[in-house]
Design a protein around this ligand. Structure first.
Ligand code: MG
Ligand code: MG
Length: 250
């Protein structure tokens, strides 16, 4: 059944601690990611950092996922598995991280440009981040969830980009994925009415070309159907009494 678990103010403070670990970890990634490093090396740094913060990497072992971060390069949309692949100059790298503190989850992602990236990739990252923040701004009590979705879609499609439909954001709390689903497309009239105490992970996955995606034979890595690049930004956001609160800021 469809149950949205509301969080108390105290529970949201715990989630903010988990979220802060994720935000700090992504800040760390921004300082160390460089051409020549493998995605496996980056994953190891991420896992060590999360554990040094006293948190648990949420993705490791999740439904069998073998690493602490999803690292997805260029046409990889999400759920890339870290390994021997070398991060090269000019690519864009989406890093998605989760952490658990006192049984509560934080979940956030950023896409990083490596060295000199093309103008069209730079713009894709810029507009995906803008779409995320347009969605966050609609995460207010009294709005329907679809207001978040519609805002993201409008910003992304204003640039001619494809909004991924097969994957969506989600409620989050004592589980990484709770109700409701948070699509990145839709109408402001869709979905449940937002209430203070709801916590959602808002995560536009925006493709330079078609919105269609497929999954590689590894069972995890989602890639664009047309091979063009994709960007991904995500925050865990609490619907507060006075507006949205980003819990995964560093
Ligand atoms: Mg995530
Ligand atoms: Mg998520």
């Amino acid at each position: 059944t469809f149950v949205i678990v509301l969080k108390t103010a105290e529970q949201i403070e715990v989630m903010a601690r988990a979220g802060r670990v994720v935000g700090r970890t992504l800040d760390m990634v921004g300082t160390v990611i460089r051409p020549g490093m493998t995605t496996g090396q980056l994953d190891r740094l991420i896992e060590d950092f999360i554990r040094a913060e006293g948190a648990i990497p949420a993705f490791k072992g999740y439904q069998g996922f073998p690493a602490s971060a999803c690292i997805s390069i260029d046409d990889e949309v999400v759920h890339g598995i870290p390994g021997k692949r070398v991060i090269e100059e000019g690519v864009i790298v989406s890093v998605d991280i989760g952490a658990i503190v006192d049984d509560y989850y934080g979940d956030s992602a950023r896409t990083f440009g490596i060295g000199e990236v093309s103008e069209e990739k730079r713009r894709l990252m810029e507009w995906t981040l803008k779409a995320l923040h347009a969605g966050i701004d609609k995460a207010r009590k009294g709005n329907r969830l679809g207001a978040v979705s519609a805002a993201i879609q409008q910003v992304a499609e204003s640039q001619g980009y494809g909004v991924v439909r097969q994957l969506v954001g989600h409620g989050i709390g004592r589980a990484m994925h709770e109700e409701p689903q948070v699509p990145n497309f839709g109408s402001p009239a869709d979905g449940p009415v937002l209430e203070a105490g709801m916590v959602i992970a808002i995560e536009p996955m925006i493709n330079m070309g078609t919105y269609e995606v497929r999954t590689l034979p590894d069972g995890w890595t989602v890639v664009t159907a047309d091979g063009r690049p994709s960007a991904h930004f995500e925050h865990t956001v609490a619907v507060g009494p006075d507006g949205p609160r980003i819990l995964t800021a560093a």
